[in-house]
Design a binder for this molecule. Structure first.
Ligand SMILES: *Cc1c(COP(=O)(O)O)cnc(C)c1O
Length: 400
């Protein structure tokens, strides 16, 4: 696997510049065109496999975005999609067929859980869900027809960290394709390909775009896999719009700066919350109390911008605290410059049964923060004030 040749701070700004000539535009032009003129029918046939045929197949602005993300991940190629879910579903439909089997960790994005457990069985593809950090259980779940090992790290909202080396080794040993949802990790904080993961996916809606103004998905990998996925994308049709692509390109230029600031702010926020009397527990990969703290430090350059905490109180108290925040806006999603707060059991994990949530360790007391790039002093002040909405009390039993 190709290693990144430039530092992420440089690749983020220049990866999206595709200037072939002098005096060209510094900002990438938007090819807001569904089709491209050819001189004759021989040429028409030649261009079908390029980004100048028809935009469902490819588009020059999309290509710039794709090259930028591939460079950031240090991978051969990338493909963009209309959403993160579009990237995941298309990839899996491209690479698996009826009779195939998936091993997936239990803590994954709710939409993917739904796709694996409710949609894929209709096509004859079964999934076994395993404990996120139990690699023996992963190994035991692998069958002769297993094709894919699917992981996500850090996880939502519990921020568990997956061991990339173990995941890649297991996949190699059993000849499986390994795929990671690296949305929370960002290409600034982690490069799963360096550890041998085959496919790296991002909901570009989040950190890559960084301004809560578009939805998109990106998958990166080696050319041979990408070609199959590209072929499927042209059929399923969930390509990205060139205008959204341009917004993504603009967002990528500040990715490294934004994430560096979010890492710093989130670390301070996590430390503040950890010593607060009304907080029972804080989940953040770079806190010493985090169960995978050592692995996180080994494979991540920063702890990321997501912090989850559990209030010392009830689910109702968690709701009250989230509504009392002003700087942290109550909204689902994450990864933008602005700080957001959400209650996982009411948003990202609302479609998951209480029993499954319990297995995942997602509690009603959980509050998920997407820490933005504002002043950390203001962020902490907002949290301090909002936590006053939680009544002081002796420890309440879990689940109350
Ligand atoms: C948001 C998200 C997705 C889905 O991405 P969309 O762009 O909303 O389709 C998948 N995985 C994770 C971790 C996410 O946060």
């Amino acid at each position: 696997m190709k290693r990144p040749t430039r530092h992420p701070e440089t690749a983020a700004v220049h990866g999206a510049a595709d200037l072939e000539k002098n005096n060209g535009p510094v900002s990438t032009p938007i090819y807001q065109s569904s089709t491209f003129e050819v001189t004759d029918n021989d040429e028409q046939q030649r261009v079908t496999a390029t980004d100048r045929y028809y935009t469902r197949w490819g588009n020059p602005t999309n290509t710039v975005a794709e090259r930028a993300v591939a460079a950031l991940e240090g991978m051969e190629a990338a493909l963009t999609f209309a959403s993160g879910m579009g990237a995941i579903t298309t990839t899996i439909l491209a690479l698996l067929k009826a009779g195939d089997h998936i091993v997936a960790q239990r803590d994954i994005y709710g939409g993917v859980t739904k796709f694996f457990s409710q949609w894929l069985p209709r096509l004859g593809i079964e999934t076994t869900f395993v404990d996120t950090n139990d690699y023996d259980q992963h190994a035991r779940a692998i069958c002769p027809n297993t094709r894919l090992l699917y992981v996500e790290s850090p996880t939502n909202p519990t921020l568990r960290v997956v061991d990339f080396k173990k995941t890649a080794a297991l996949a190699r040993q059993h000849k499986l394709i390994s795929m990671i949802d690296s949305t929370f990790g960002t290409p600034i904080n982690q490069h799963p390909a360096e550890f041998g993961i085959d496919l790296v996916m991002h909901s570009g809606t989040k950190y890559l775009s960084g301004h809560a103004d578009l939805t998109c998905g990106v998958i990166c990998g080696r050319l041979q896999l990408m070609e199959q996925i590209w072929e499927t994308r042209t059929t399923l049709g969930n390509c990205m719009d060139p205008h959204a692509s341009w917004l993504l390109i603009r967002g990528l230029k500040t990715l490294a700066v934004r994430v560096a600031r979010q890492n710093e702010n989130a670390q301070r926020v996590a430390e503040f919350l950890e010593q607060h009397a009304k907080v029972r527990r804080v989940h953040y990969p770079f806190l010493k109390s985090h169960p995978q703290h050592d692995i996180a430090h080994e494979q991540m350059r920063g702890g990321g911008g997501m912090v989850t905490f559990e209030v010392e109180g009830t689910g109702e108290d968690a709701r009250r605290a989230s509504e009392a925040m002003h700087l942290f806006t109550l909204a689902t999603s994450l990864g933008g410059v602005e700080s957001l707060v959400s209650i996982p059991v009411l948003t990202s994990h609302a479609m998951i049964s209480a029993e499954q949530r319990q297995k995942m360790g997602v509690t009603e007391q959980m509050v998920r923060l997407s820490v933005g790039i504002e002043s950390v002093e203001d962020q902490i002040e907002d949290l301090e004030r909002a936590l006053e909405a939680v009544p002081a009390r002796a420890s309440v039993p879990v689940g109350a």
